[in-house]
Design a protein around this ligand. Structure first.
Ligand code: DP6
Length: 334
């Protein structure tokens, strides 16, 4: 049997308009459309090798073998790849297991969306390793099955993920390349421990909040405002809708059953500080994922000043800066 091995790299992404809740939990068909920016400099590098001598899939994350739920999730994802192979008849045996080795150059599990870059890199590497030739849309759709937001880490730059009608049509595409607008995400890391309730469980309880219906109903309007702000490079319009959208998602999270409160005191301190800075003329706004860290989206000119100011806020442990990043891609050189 020939060597079935490939390596790919992907960036995490920060949602400017958030995805929260699914119409179909198993297929990760989202309740609302979302819009994101890939984060350059932060990368997941994943090598996949299908090996007929393996008795099960093996997952090694940042040098450590992962068992239990993490490996099962990757195993279920690889089953989808193996199913595609049967459809396309590219891998000769019915079930060949794989060894997956993945490395992040940033902390996993604290709202920095390592599952997004992880499953985007895995989709690209695993499909190439089996010989599948998938289009960007097909790769994005495949990545979505591993983690919803991962579909947005497949295309480059500024990326839109419409809700889509069904499994086939729910994938993300680029609305502008990374060099379209030199926005910067200055991430204030407040806690890098693994969060207690992950996104998958969070999506599952989104509908228990009576606020979710209102959030979902108004999401297309916010998405349209964010899309035109990105396309027109209008920071003031973007800041307004990005902050509102993040707050609406957290309002749903906080009022879900059980209540998901990801914020810590320093999270709120950063949010309030940035509102003040913006009122005083600094082009910056905040957005927060399912964790305590705050992503401060700002203009390139404001980035150094934002980073300086964030570092002295009590409770901010580290500051990471990322510009808009490119698409997920194969790295045969690694
Ligand atoms: C708050 O894509 O991480 O970051 O599909 O269960 O892996 P799973 O969820 P995930 O959810 C992302 C939620 C979010 C908002 C966003 O990125 O749009």
């Amino acid at each position: 049997m020939p060597v079935h091995q490939a390596t790919a790299q992907a960036h995490p992404n920060i949602a400017l308009i958030k995805y929260w809740g699914n119409r179909d939990q198993a297929l990760r068909l989202p309740s609302n459309p979302s819009l994101s920016m890939n984060l350059d400099g932060l990368t997941t590098t994943t090598q996949v090798e299908f090996d007929p001598s393996l008795k099960s899939d093996v997952l090694i994350l940042d040098g450590r073998e992962v068992t239990g739920a993490g490996r099962e999730r990757v195993g279920r994802f690889l089953d989808q790849v193996r199913d595609l192979c049967q459809t396309f008849e590219v891998l000769e045996t019915s079930k060949v297991y794989a060894r997956v080795e993945s490395r992040n150059n940033f902390p996993a599990g604290a709202g920095l969306a390592s599952s997004a870059s992880g499953f985007a890199a895995l989709a690209v590497a695993a499909s190439a390793a089996t010989g599948l030739k998938l289009s960007e849309a097909e790769l994005s759709r495949l990545a979505r099955l591993g983690s919803g937001s991962a579909c947005r880490s497949v295309p480059g730059g500024f990326v839109e993920w419409p809700s889509g009608a069904d499994d086939r049509s729910s994938f993300a595409y680029s609305i502008a390349p990374a060099d379209h607008w030199d926005l910067v995400d200055v991430v204030a890391l407040i806690d890098v421990e693994h969060k207690s309730v992950g996104s998958t469980e969070g999506h599952a309880v989104a509908d228990t909040s009576p606020l979710q219906a209102a959030r979902v109903a108004t999401a297309p309007d916010r998405l349209a405002q964010a899309r035109s702000a990105v396309l027109g490079r209008d920071f003031a319009a973007l800041a307004d809708v990005v902050e509102r959208d993040s707050l609406m998602m957290h309002a749903v999270m906080i009022t879900s059953i059980p209540s998901l409160m990801y914020w810590q005191p320093a999270t709120i301190a950063v949010m309030q500080a940035v509102v003040q800075w913006r009122a005083n003329g600094l082009a910056a706004c905040t957005t927060i994922d399912a964790g305590p860290n705050v992503h401060v989206i700002c203009s390139a000119e404001a980035a150094d000043e934002v980073a300086l100011r964030l570092r002295v806020i009590p409770g901010v442990r580290q500051v990471i800066t990322a510009r808009a990043g490119g698409p997920a891609r194969l790295r045969p050189d690694l």
